[in-house]
Design a binder for this molecule. Structure first.
Ligand code: 5GP
Length: 122
């Protein structure tokens, strides 16, 4: 699968600082910020700064430095936000069936209440 990155997507605009965001953590290769429509008491999005559409795209084309930075940034968000102990959920939607709204790789870090079962039908 070949990926084409659309640099007009909303997270590209956030990275270029054309749109404000509520930053939780910024590292050399990653940015974490609060979701504008939170679905849990803690709802943070973690994105790589590079132009990757999905997790698969990132896994194929990102450098090891970017991948290490990104994975560590997710863990750091959980520790900083104090949810590592009580628990949290990591979701990354990709493509049509994954119902991905923004075509720039992001993981959702959700926490702060019992999150129920992983998937609802429908
Ligand atoms: P997806 O469905 O692509 O996995 O999730 C995209 C997420 O981006 C949604 O949870 C949505 O609320 C969030 N989002 C969309 N636009 C903005 C924005 O301008 N700022 C922030 N902080 N989050 C956004």
């Amino acid at each position: 699968m070949a990926y084409t990155y659309d640099d007009q997507n909303i997270f590209a605009k956030i990275l270029r600082k054309e749109i404000p965001n509520d930053t939780v953590l910024e590292t050399e290769h990653s940015l974490a910020f609060r979701d504008i429509r939170p679905q849990a008491p803690l709802h943070v999005l973690v994105i790589p700064k590079g132009p990757y559409v999905t997790f698969d795209h990132f896994a194929q084309e990102a450098s090891e430095a970017e991948i290490v930075d990104y994975v560590r940034a997710v863990g750091e968000v959980c520790r900083r936000e104090g949810v590592a102990e009580d628990g949290w959920r990591l979701i990354s939607n990709a493509g049509r069936d994954g119902v991905q709204e923004v075509p720039h790789l992001h993981v959702h870090v959700l926490a702060g209440r019992g999150l129920g079962r992983m998937l609802e039908r429908g």
